[in-house]
Design a protein around this ligand. Structure first.
Ligand SMILES: [Zn+2]
Ligand SMILES: [Zn+2]
Ligand SMILES: [Zn+2]
Length: 274
């Protein structure tokens, strides 16, 4: 993304869902967030401000993630009500995000510097050499990591996979609880169910395109986006039969909960960036 203030998110209204779309990395990162329709959670974009990205800063990935969080009413309102947290002082992502959100709300400026949050993020992930100052990084991963850090700051010692803290916004509002299992269509053998949680549902854009093409070739009517997402989600995720009968089967993932916010990350191949 070119330097300068990040443009505000574009809101796209459809009868079933509201989608927030935000551009990510120049080499193809892209996030789309779907807020399930619920009249009580209706989205209101009241304060639209940009975030600064001066030459050499490469803030675009962070700015994208922050804009998504700010424009999600559910997140913004719940986060505003959170106070107590395990503070990390200068490298506290919780405090830096709070401060930035306060500026979004009260500042007279049209574009804000995300510098404090950028520094906190860089310090927190210093050991892993990720999200370092001046370097480009991935918007979807940044978004996920900010959520995980908020969990860390407020959920005491609850584990990332099985967090039941009632005030933990990341897990209560965003987490998708899934069970992964393979069921053989030839011999009926099943694998051990594997439960896990995820914050972002990643789908390759190429899988969406090939699924749509396939349906067009078969003259099937094109489904809505969520149906296409479902069909494309498991595409190519193949395993051998759990009792080795020789069949190759598609892995089955079942969503066990109904999160208020479903985050979808569209993965673009860098070489075929279009
Ligand atoms: Zn703090
Ligand atoms: Zn949590
Ligand atoms: Zn089998």
């Amino acid at each position: 993304m070119s330097p300068g203030p990040t443009p505000a998110l574009s809101a796209l209204r459809t009868p079933q869902a509201k989608c927030l779309t935000v551009g990510g990395r120049a080499d193809g990162g892209f996030l789309q967030y779907v807020q399930l329709l619920n009249p009580r959670n209706s989205m209101s974009i009241t304060n639209t401000k940009g975030l600064l990205n001066m030459p050499g800063q490469n803030n675009c990935f962070l700015n994208s993630a922050v804009q998504v969080l700010w424009h999600l009413d559910i997140f913004r309102r719940s986060f505003r009500e959170l106070n107590g947290h395990a503070c990390m002082e200068d490298s506290c992502i919780f405090c830096a995000l709070k401060e930035l959100f306060a500026q979004f709300q009260y500042s007279q400026e049209s574009a804000l510097p995300p510098d404090a949050l950028r520094r906190a993020l860089a310090e927190t992930f210093c050991d892993q050499r990720r999200f370092q100052l001046g370097f480009m990084d991935d918007a979807a991963e940044c978004f996920e990591n900010i959520l995980m850090r908020i969990h860390f700051h407020i959920a005491n010692n609850e584990s990332e996979d099985m967090c039941s803290a009632a005030h933990c916004i990341p897990h209560q509002k965003f987490a998708m609880t899934l069970v992964e299992q393979t069921v053989c269509h030839a011999c009926g053998a099943t694998s051990e169910p594997l439960p896990f949680t995820q914050m972002v549902h990643y789908v390759p854009s190429s899988a969406l395109c090939s699924q749509a093409k396939l349906m067009k070739e078969k003259n099937e009517p094109l489904p809505n986006f969520s149906e296409l997402l479902k069909r494309a989600g498991g595409l190519g995720d193949l395993r051998d039969c759990p009792s080795s009968c020789g069949a190759v089967i598609q892995i089955r993932k079942t969503l066990m909960n109904r999160p208020e916010i479903v985050s979808v990350g569209l993965v673009w191949d860098s070489e075929r960036n279009h």
